[in-house]
Design a protein around this ligand. Structure first.
Ligand code: ADP
Length: 286
């Protein structure tokens, strides 16, 4: 169990990136969803012991993380947002290197481990290729392989699918979903669909604050019979924004589809729409 209590962080330039964040996270896939600049990476780096908060605590299975950084690092697998690779080294060599750093000193054991990891992330056939020649999706899958070394109990992946094409994204998400349910996996992302597909628990963070928290399906149920849509012209959007509780407006065949939240039938050409996690997201970040 990971417990984050009253965590706050202000950078030297005055930006308050985290503001009294409280989150209890249990085993399974946890989605941390928020727009760019919300504070996701700041929170991920703090949990990963790469930076300190100004106040508050993070506890992992009862252990105060800020006072036991080395202990936490032993059970942590981390895939940072900017995951640099040594371009001239092959995936196999790099995994051997990292495994040795993480203490897998027995040659045979390490060989078995590296082979199993390469197979798990579907890179075994590309194991001798240098990492510089890997596609975005392959790099991210390699990133997961290195994060899995050492049987981590806590895995943090920070915006892993941001630069991937749809097929690579699907492949990456399938891989993430196969990682054990008996560990905590925190997926930080601005992509609502990733959380929808993968996570059984989530929080929305905006402006450094947790603004929503819960099981994605239950959160969406809370909007049952409340979302109404209407196709309008672009220049009409401002009117609807002023008149209704607008959730979002998005392009649809050159027109704008306006989504509003209303307990009762708003009439005026609106039709009922099944709520989605996107409605939850946009209801909370604006
Ligand atoms: P996210 O990962 O959700 O995009 P970040 O945690 O990266 O959010 O950033 C939160 C806020 O803190 C942003 O306004 C960002 O510009 C600022 N920020 C992040 N890192 C630093 C830093 N090292 N120094 C100053 N400001 C920072």
């Amino acid at each position: 169990m990971l417990q984050i209590a009253n965590l706050s962080k202000t950078y030297p330039n005055g930006v308050r990136a985290l503001s009294d964040v409280n989150l209890d996270i249990s085993n399974g896939m946890f989605g941390l969803l928020g727009p760019n600049g919300a504070g996701k990476s700041s929170l991920m780096r703090t949990i990963a012991t790469l930076q300190d908060a100004d106040s508050g605590t993070i506890t992992f299975n009862g252990m105060d993380v800020s006072k036991n950084k080395q202990e936490l690092r032993k059970v942590l697998g981390y895939l940072p947002q900017e995951f640099g690779v040594y371009p001239k080294v092959s995936a196999e060599e790099m995994l051997h290197y990292i495994a040795r750093l993480k203490g897998v000193s027995n040659d045979n054991e390490r060989k078995e481990l590296v082979k199993a990891l390469l197979e798990q992330v579907n890179l075994y056939n590309h194991r001798n290729k240098s990492l510089g020649g890997y596609s975005g999706g392959m790099k991210q899958r390699f990133g997961i392989a290195q994060a899995l070394i050492g049987n981590p109990k806590l895995i943090i992946v920070d915006e892993p699918t941001a630069g991937l094409d749809p097929a690579e994204r699907l492949r990456f998400n399938n891989l993430l979903s196969e990682i054990g349910e008996n560990i905590i996996v925190i997926l930080s992302t601005h992509i609502v669909e990733d959380v929808n597909e993968l996570c059984n628990d989530m929080a929305i963070i905006a402006g450094g604050k947790v603004v929503q928290r819960g099981n994605p399906e239950e959160l969406v149920l809370g909007l049952q019979n409340r979302i109404w849509i209407k196709k309008v012209r672009k220049e009409e959007v401002a009117f609807y924004q002023a008149e209704y509780k607008m959730v979002l407006a998005k392009l649809s065949g050159g027109m704008m589809m306006v989504y509003i939240n209303s307990e009762t039938d708003p009439g005026n050409g609106f039709v009922a729409n099944k709520p989605t996690l996107e409605d939850i997201y946009f209801s909370n970040i604006s």
